[in-house]
Design a protein around this ligand. Structure first.
Ligand code: ADP
Ligand code: MG
Length: 697
């Protein structure tokens, strides 16, 4: 058994390591920088760089990298060694403050959505001292923000850091109005639960679709899927258990608080949940988790699939973003209080989230938009594409009573008045039962459940932080100027409930009736990525982000383009892969099997006229007919792909990929799946769904 406390964070240049290795003044100056957002002195950077290098060398590192999160959704790194030549022809291991603080990767191949002309290939990475450096594969990784020559953010991290600051600033104002003058920082805490699939590597390698697109583009339904629900929380197979054990250990070394692991709803599907931490660290940790999940899988002869929908007809994978805000004095602002005053404060923060989510449904939807996640949202396994909040019956009834000025507790006949009554404690259990809600209050935090498994959590949190910062800003302004504070708080809460209660829905989000009800309430329903992205560049959204300095207009336009381009590229790769698999493997396989059937029938007829060859004939006929249809649909898809490429304007192109190309792919797949179901195993070129889903013994 390993010594977990000793192992935990052993590869992280953590607060404890910094305290131990940095001179006291340097440590404190650095702390001030990270906690108060103060500018970093170059002398301090030099001292930190030296200590970091010494520590990294002791751990066996030879290289360093500025580790960043470009808009590709995965992390990027370029390794430089520490070596520096000496006059006598040798080398020393060197690392300066300058190298720590700033890097200049050649960034011309990262998406920039027109922000960076190709002749200006430079991009900058800037050290983010609020995240800890760590060692991975012999390289010291320094978390950084990534921006263009002109200072525009080209990554996921910069806007996130900006949004944390916006929320911090506004929340402190509101808290001050409530009399908290001791709060220096309000921080967002996040715990991101991660779902994933594990399949045998040798089967993965035999499927081009998995290799190129991360999902199966073909695949007939297996005789057994997830209908028995016998996988969920089921006993973990030894091979998977060994994988999970190593995964935990690797994550612990990197300071990731991996806590819970279990089997998920679909066969071969699993989940890992960490203990929550500060949102920027949680974001880094989730990226690290995804990376380590893949790497460890290889060592076990497995492949970890993080795609949102690897298998049609089987649950896809998501990510649950548990979100809350708390003060440096240790108060979770979404924890219902024990005194009327604390309750009033809780309700105001709750109302801020309600208002933010209702007002910015479009932005939350966009934050989880990706071609992969489009397969899930609304697919009866993940929350629908409509955003709503689950509060649970009890809290909803309380809000109701407050709004109407009615008695909440019928027995006592007391009217609910904020700032006077203590809310009844609602048992936490009650609030966590609804699994179909996109945005659920779970006792002392909200759980945003629409994220796709492959997405970075940065964007969702950037949107949430910004939207809530705006609501809190408006609330603070109102309350700061109030003559009668309690009265003002009460009125604010009542008004917010009235205006935004349409966003609350405690029923079954998978129910079709909900879509109709949501439409009646005027809630947005944006099923696909091309549907929702135009909202990103609406004037009111640009104004919101510019007001809180999260994104500039230019940055938003670039993101809009990048996301649409990405959508087109992904669909194009999928379509081309389908066509390639069809002509090179599926058609030849089916033709060969059909040929065998025909030869058998012919032989039977020639040899002995009496022999019955109905089966061969019927099968050969079915296969031939389906193949003919399939072949025609290939032509349709091929011409749709060709047409798509000719379309000017990325929005129109994305729409076309969605409406024509994707539709043609679905059509083609339907025929392929019939072919698969009727072709002998000995002829079918790919591992089937049964093989993939039940292949790990
Ligand atoms: P469950 O969702 O199964 O009820 P928990 O409520 O314990 O489980 O937590 C789920 C996730 O929420 C975990 O990742 C946990 O660390 C995280 N979490 C718990 N409290 C907070 C909080 N205050 N802020 C952010 N995340 C939290
Ligand atoms: Mg959960």
């Amino acid at each position: 058994m390993c010594n977990v406390p000793e192992m935990f964070g052993s590869m992280v240049f953590s607060d404890a390591v910094m305290q131990e290795r940095l001179p006291k003044e340097t440590y404190e100056a650095l702390k001030r920088t990270t906690e108060l957002g103060k500018h970093l002195d170059p002398d301090i950077a030099n001292v930190v760089a030296r200590a970091m290098k010494e520590w990294a060398l002791e751990k066996g590192a030879t290289h360093y990298t500025h580790w960043f999160q470009p808009l590709t959704g995965v992390t990027a790194e370029k390794h430089d060694s520490f070596i520096s030549p000496t006059a006598d022809g040798g080398v020393i291991m060197d690392f300066s403050g300058k190298e720590l603080v700033r890097g200049e990767p050649d960034a011309s191949s990262f998406p920039s959505g027109g922000l960076r002309a190709t002749f200006e290939a430079r991009g900058y990475t800037a050290w983010d001292p609020t995240s800890y450096a760590f060692i991975k594969g012999g390289t010291l990784c320094i978390p950084t923000a990534f921006c263009s020559y002109g200072g525009e953010a080209l990554d996921e991290k910069t806007p996130l850091l900006r949004s944390m600051e916006a929320l911090n600033k506004q929340a402190k104002r509101l808290l001050l109005a409530f009399g908290h003058d001791d709060v220096h920082m309000v921080r967002v805490t996040v715990g991101a639960e991660q779902e994933y699939f594990l399949i045998p590597e040798e089967m993965f390698n035999r499927r081009q679709d998995l290799i190129f697109t991360g999902r199966t583009l073909y695949g007939a339904k297996p005789p057994k899927g997830q209908e028995l629900e016998d996988h969920y929380f089921g006993a973990i197979k030894p091979r998977i258990a060994a994988y999970m054990q190593e995964l935990d250990e690797e994550l612990w070394k990197l300071g990731v608080l991996a806590k819970t692991k279990h089997n998920e709803a679909a066969p071969a599907q699993h989940e890992l949940a960490p203990i929550f931490t500060s949102v920027n660290i949680a974001t880094d940790h989730n990226q690290i988790t995804m990376e380590v999940m893949k790497r460890v899988a290889q060592k076990h002869g497995l492949v970890c699939l993080l795609h949102e929908k690897p298998f049609a007809g089987v649950n896809g994978s998501g990510k649950h973003n548990n979100w809350s805000i708390s003060t440096d004095t240790g108060i979770n602002l979404l924890e219902p209080g024990e005194t009327p005053h604390k309750n009033a404060q809780f309700l105001v923060f709750l109302c801020a989230v309600m208002k933010a989510v209702d007002k910015h449904q479009d932005l939350l939807r966009i934050a989880v938009a990706s071609p992969g996640n489009d397969h899930r949202l609304g697919g009866n396994e993940a929350p629908p594409a409509v955003i709503s909040i689950f509060l649970g019956d009890e809290l909803t009834e309380i809000l109701d009573a407050i709004e109407k000025g009615e008695a909440y507790d019928v027995k006592e006949q007391t009217l609910m008045k904020v700032g006077v009554h203590i809310l009844p404690r609602f048992p936490k259990d009650n609030t966590d039962r609804n699994r179909t809600s996109p945005f659920a209050f779970t006792g002392n935090k909200f759980e945003f459940r629409m994220l796709g498994s492959a997405l970075s959590i940065a964007e969702s949190n950037t949107v949430l932080n910004t939207a809530v910062a705006e609501a809190i800003d408006e609330f603070a302004t109102e309350l700061e100027g109030a003559e009668n504070f309690n009265e003002a708080v009460h009125n604010l809460i009542v008004r917010t409930i009235k205006e935004h209660k349409r966003i609350i829905f405690n029923g079954n989000g998978y129910d079709e009736a909900w879509q109709k009800e949501a439409a009646r309430r005027g809630l947005l329903n944006l099923p696909s990525t091309p549907d929702c992205l135009p909202y990103l560049i609406r004037e009111e959204n640009i104004a919101l982000f510019e007001k809180y300095r999260i994104y500039t207009r230019k940055e938003l336009n670039s993101r809009y383009e990048i996301l649409l381009e990405n959508y087109c590229k992904v669909l194009n790769i999928e379509a081309e892969t389908m066509l390639d698999m069809a002509s090179k493997e599926i058609l030849p396989a089916v033709e060969s099997y059909t040929g065998e059937l025909c030869r058998t029938a012919l032989a039977k007829k020639q040899l002995l006229k009496k022999l019955n060859c109905q089966v061969e004939e019927a099968l050969a006929e079915k296969l031939s007919d389906t193949t003919a249809n399939f072949y025609q649909k290939m032509a349709t898809l091929r011409s749709a792909v060709a047409d798509a490429k000719k379309i000017e304007g990325v929005q129109a192109r994305a729409n076309f990929y969605h409406d024509a190309v994707f539709a043609a792919m679905e059509d083609m797949r339907a025929d392929a799946d019939i072919l698969e179901a009727n072709t002998a195993r000995s002829h079918w070129p790919y591992p089937t769904y049964s093989d993939l889903l039940f292949g790990v013994k």
